[in-house]
Write a protein that binds this ligand. Structure first.
Ligand code: ADP
Ligand code: ADP
Length: 232
């Protein structure tokens, strides 16, 4: 589902060059939950931003569902983005919009008509257990509830893949567990492929099938979680 082949990313500013990714190769199968774990500065955000088309790799190939992402025209890019959902550490909700308004946002952008949009928003809020919060604003929600809104919004356009950027790092242990359970549930019920990055081995242990360890822009270890990570 996600094929990352020999990807390099170098950031240059003036004389300075940072080699954030140095030949990363990963294969995420359809329906898998794949974790990339590593310390701060290892290149995790750069990697996930390349898959989400927020950055372009300097070299290498990234294919999602067979489509090469590094060679898309701007119009193709917009369509490809709808096939890839993403959730964030700090949720990135629009504070001026209600919960339903946030979830409806990607559907407005893609031109879904108001009747279908409202129906889809209701389905999505039910999916993440937030039907009773449709008209609340994000300031009135807990962290765990905010991330549920993030998940509903990310799934609005029915993506093949969900990318999670430190999605539970701002949450307490209880909310972390609840969000990880929801992600596992969505993975099973929708067959959703999930690629997550985290600095917490605990997250990997709780929900990932496969794990890759990244350090200084290189994958130094890769395999199934049962083989690589001892469960408590
Ligand atoms: P992680 O997510 O694992 O903390 P990052 O991908 O954010 O790692 O960073 C990898 C390296 O790339 C770090 O040395 C970081 O300072 C550098 N870096 C990240 N983003 C940029 C950028 N926009 N410009 C320059 N350097 C960057
Ligand atoms: P906001 O004030 O947050 O912008 P709006 O009431 O303008 O919210 O609605 C934005 C979008 O959210 C609309 O497209 C509408 O379809 C959807 N929406 C709003 N409230 C609900 C609701 N209770 N159930 C389902 N969809 C809703």
């Amino acid at each position: 589902m996600i094929d990352i082949q020999d990807v390099y990313k170098t950031y240059t500013s003036g004389e300075q060059a940072v080699e954030a990714l140095q030949g990363v190769t990963l294969h995420v199968a359809k329906g898998e939950i794949f974790g990339v774990v590593g310390p701060s500065g290892a290149g995790k955000s750069t990697l996930i931003r390349c898959v989400n088309l927020l950055e372009r790799p300097t070299l290498g190939s990234i294919r999602v569902n067979g489509q090469e992402l590094t060679a898309l025209t701007p119009a193709e890019l917009r369509l490809a983005r709808q096939r890839i959902g993403m959730i964030f550490q700090h949720f990135n909700l629009l504070s001026s919009r209600t919960v339903a308004g946030n979830v409806a946002f990607p559907l407005e952008i893609t031109g879904v008509d108001p009747v279908q949009r409202a129906e889809r928003v209701r389905e999505l809020l039910a999916l993440v257990g937030l039907s009773d919060k449709a008209n609340a604003y994000s300031a009135q929600l807990s962290g765990g509830q905010k991330q549920r809104v993030g998940i509903a919004r990310a799934l609005a356009t029915q993506p093949d893949v969900l990318l999670c950027d430190e999605a539970t790092s701002a949450l307490d242990p209880q909310n972390t567990s609840a969000i990880l359970e929801l992600l596992r549930d969505l993975n099973r019920r929708l067959g959703l492929t999930i690629l997550l990055i985290t600095h917490e081995m605990n997250v990997v242990r709780q929900i990932c099938d496969q794990v890759a360890v990244i350090s200084d822009g290189k994958i130094i270890e890769q395999g199934s979680v049962v083989n690589l990570v001892a469960r408590p």
